[in-house]
Design a binder for this molecule. Sequence first.
Ligand code: SF4
Ligand code: SF4
Length: 122
Amino acid sequence: MALKIIEGCINCGNCRHVCPTDTIRYYDTPDLQHTIEPAGCIDCNLCVDACPVEVIEPDNAYVHDPEELASAKELAADVWKKRGAMIQTVLKVMRQRNARWAREREERRDDPERYRSGNRLP
Ligand code: SF4
Ligand code: SF4
């Protein structure tokens, strides 16, 4: 199984910065929309934690070729050795911020007047 980006992506790029297989792209789609190239996805879920608007879901229809999956895992292990600590640090900040935004969205739902003039939340 791989993951896919569904409608509602705000193109923030967070997922791309934490993906250990560099399999999230945007530059090769006509509208520069982020997409996951499923062959390189190892289903690690790091991008899910990074996404502020919860638009990354399982792509149950995708079945990996065992060799491509093995090669993606090998790449991930290599990237993790080189950039794992940095990815973890970035993810920690993203998780905290996403949790804060989720709380603020809830508050906004409770009190729509509060954020009437602001448009800073996704
Ligand atoms: S699940 Fe992991 S490998 Fe797949 S796109 Fe997300 S971060 Fe990349
Ligand atoms: S983190 Fe979410 S909103 Fe941001 S580019 Fe990735 S899928 Fe889109």
